[in-house]
Ligand binder design. Structure first.
Ligand SMILES: Cc1ncc(COP(=O)(O)O)c(C=O)c1O
Length: 412
């Protein structure tokens, strides 16, 4: 990219940007929540739209001069509606966590009961963890995975009937199987609960119709716009028309001030990209790559939670290799492969050094990697993990990672 002005004004920051860009070029990204946005999305983020204050909504702003910004927001909304078959979309959420704060505050009072997936079985902090606003403000009860590594629907039903939560949360940060949205709908209807899906991880796969769309089934759905959707960092909230006012009020003035208009426009660009045939092909490849990669690790003697994946990620269980997540993450970081350590269900190890790694394929698939490349990658990662204390070996793997990365260049 061209940074002529920055070069003139601030070489300290430019030098750091250049080093991070080089790191991204030379290393391989297997963090399931990361991706590489297109140059078109990146250019939009850098536009002067960022200068404008626009508290309020299209046609009802608290600042003058917003008639052009209104066009941006309306376009983002109409594209998101088309992409997700949504009745109502709020495109102003600044990120996934504030989006979830807005969803809860639209439907719940502090102290209300909510049912969600536990963090150490794949849920997210904003799904009621005690250190997060969600766990502090609301009374969360958690369901988990069964012994096969799938969401335990019997437990969901039992807890729902026992606790009568006002809201049931579906969605995850670390889970590789399809959610049975209809089964959740049935349970929510039986107890009169609001059904909320946080599809932050799988939104791109939903948009590409690789995964069943929960939006027509759920009352309200939030998603980040980065991750599999490959847009700018940010979020949107989708809901049934009957909840539109409550959601909009909860976003502004409930939990946010002015929207970031450059980000809204970048979301619109990403939605247009996601409506394309190319994006559908890309999303299918993301899942194929994750499935092949998980099989390769099984063949190398590792375990995979639930035995495989239906989406873009899986949880690698390092127990058969007598390794812990932190050491494996460190060895992989050393050779230039980024991953995130993860708990496995009922992990005997502590959360800061759990038994697993969460691996995801959205970013390496954007770089153009296919099934054959997954075998090579699994072999290299295995070599790095089992040689975590052999610096010479790790250095030669690092060179190999750099060489592979150069074969799949980024366009920045
Ligand atoms: C399921 C889920 N919800 C919400 C979030 C929060 O998103 P953000 O980091 O943009 O606040 C994440 C991000 O990891 C997520 O995985």
């Amino acid at each position: 990219m061209n940074y002529n002005n920055l070069e003139e004004k601030d070489n300290d920051i430019l030098e750091i940007i250049n080093r991070e860009t080089k790191r991204q070029q030379e290393e391989l990204e297997l963090i399931a929540s990361e991706n590489y946005m297109s140059l078109a999305v990146l250019e939009t983020l850098a536009s002067p739209l960022a200068n404008k204050y626009s508290e309020g909504y299209s046609g009802k702003r608290y600042y003058g001069g917003n008639h052009i910004i209104d066009e941006i927001e309306n376009l983002a909304i109409s594209r998101a509606k088309e992409l997700f078959s949504a009745e109502h979309v709020n495109v102003q959420s600044l990120s996934g966590s504030p989006a979830n704060l807005a969803v809860y505050s639209a439907f719940l009072e502090p102290g209300d009961k909510v049912l969600a997936l536990r963090l150490d079985h794949g849920g997210h902090l904003t799904h009621g963890h005690s250190v997060n606003f969600s766990g502090k403000l609301y009374d969360f009860v958690h369901y988990g995975l069964n012994d096969e590594g799938y969401v335990d629907m019997e437990e969901v039903e039992r807890l729902a009937k026992e606790h009568k939560p006002k809201m049931i949360v579906t969605g995850f940060s670390a889970y590789s199987r399809d959610f049975n949205w209809q089964a959740f709908r049935k349970i929510a209807d039986e107890i009169g609960a609001i059904l909320f899906a946080d599809i932050s991880h799988i939104a791109g796969l939903v948009a590409a119709k690789v995964i069943e769309n929960p939006i027509p089934i759920c009352d309200v759905v939030s998603t980040t716009t980065h991750k599999t959707l490959r847009g700018p960092r940010g979020a949107i909230i989708m809901c049934k028309e009957e909840f539109a006012k409550a959601i909009d009020k909860a976003v502004f003035p409930g939990t946010q001030g002015g929207p970031h208009n450059n980000m809204t426009a970048a979301k619109a660009v990403a939605f247009k990209e996601a409506l394309s045939e190319d994006f559908k092909e890309y999303s299918k490849q993301v899942v194929k790559n994750a499935q092949v990669l998980s099989k390769e690790f099984l063949a190398l003697g590792y375990d995979v939670v639930s035995g495989g994946t239906d989406n873009h990620m899986f949880i690698l269980d390092l127990t058969p290799k007598n390794m812990a997540g932190k050491e494996a993450e460190k060895a992989l970081e050393y050779v230039g492969i980024s991953v995130s350590r993860s708990t496995i269900p009922n992990d005997p190890r502590p959360p800061f050094n759990p038994s697993g790694l969460r691996l995801g394929t959205p970013a390496i698939t954007t770089r153009g990697m296919k099934e054959d490349d997954m075998k090579q990658l699994a072999d290299l990662m295995n070599e790095a993990i089992i040689n975590f204390d052999n610096e010479d070996k790790l250095n030669s793997i690092k060179e190999e990672v750099k060489r592979i990365a150069q074969n799949f260049p980024l366009k920045y």
